[in-house]
Write a protein that binds this ligand. Structure first.
Ligand code: ADE
Length: 249
């Protein structure tokens, strides 16, 4: 296995690069690719930046230039359903580009000429990610997140959800918008801005991908403030411990 690990934000990637053994940096397409070993696994860590084009470019480069055999995306997301709460962890089963709409030529959400609206995440990687997330919650969470942070974010008993993740070039910060996406996309658990682009690239190139996201906000009117606070404090520790547990399995 040669694992490509993509994060959208610096905070989410920082801990992973620091944990790499003997990393070296290669710059390609205005991005830094950190190549080395992460908990004994051959890995390449990279910051995609935000949005579907950025993520697609990064995933393609990981496969074509760095020869990765599997791709993981770690980061944060807005809740896509009322049952999903801040601090919960979401593992994608499939991913949809919620801002894709070539109707009436093609059905809403379908990526023209692929015949698909939902791109699969790899089931085995998903199970390994969900197990890693559970190990993080059971074994690392108490120590990794302090009491004040648990109170501030209401992290009582975080849960793991597997389901549909929707990506678009929009930060969703409007209750009526997230509610209408939830209505239109059965099984929706989270919204973010990259995962479905990575899933399409991986599907087309035949590379398994996994997407794991921690919920930072409810994609409503408070989303921007909640997101900023979550990313500045606990997000990096979630990402780090989940990837660590994934690699150690
Ligand atoms: N990532 C984290 N929160 C998000 C939101 N509300 N919309 C889109 N991407 C997000």
């Amino acid at each position: 296995m040669r694992l490509g690990i993509i994060s959208a934000l610096y905070e989410e990637q920082q801990g992973l690069v620091e944990a790499m053994q003997g990393p070296y940096k290669l710059i390609h397409g205005q991005r830094e690719y950190w190549v080395g070993k992460l908990f004994e696994i051959d890995a390449v860590c990279v910051l995609s930046r935000i949005g579907k084009v950025a993520a697609a470019m990064t995933a393609t480069t990981l496969v074509e230039k760095f020869g990765v055999t599997h791709i993981l995306f770690t980061g944060v997301a807005g809740a896509g359903d009322k049952t999903v709460q801040v601090g919960d962890i979401v593992v994608a089963e499939s991913l949809v580009q919620h801002d894709m709409d070539a109707s009436p030529l093609f059905p809403r959400f379908e990526v023209p000429l692929t015949g698909l609206s939902h791109f699969p995440a790899d089931h085995r990687l998903g199970t390994r990610l969900a197990d890693a997330a559970q190990a993080f919650l059971d074994r690392d969470f108490e120590e990794a997140i302090d009491a004040r942070e648990k109170t501030v974010f209401g992290l009582v008993q975080p849960r793991i959800h597997r389901g549909l993740v929707a990506s678009g070039d929009q930060f969703v910060n409007d209750a009526s918008h997230i509610n209408s996406l939830n209505d239109a996309l059965p099984g929706l658990v989270a919204v973010e801005m990259e995962g479905a682009a990575v899933a399409q690239v991986c599907y087309e190139l035949g590379v398994p991908c996994g997407v794991v996201r921690t919920i930072s906000d409810n994609a409503n009117e408070n989303a921007a403030t909640d997101f900023m606070r979550f990313v500045k404090s606990v997000a990096a520790r979630y990402a780090f411990h989940i990837v660590r547990r994934f690699c150690l399995q």
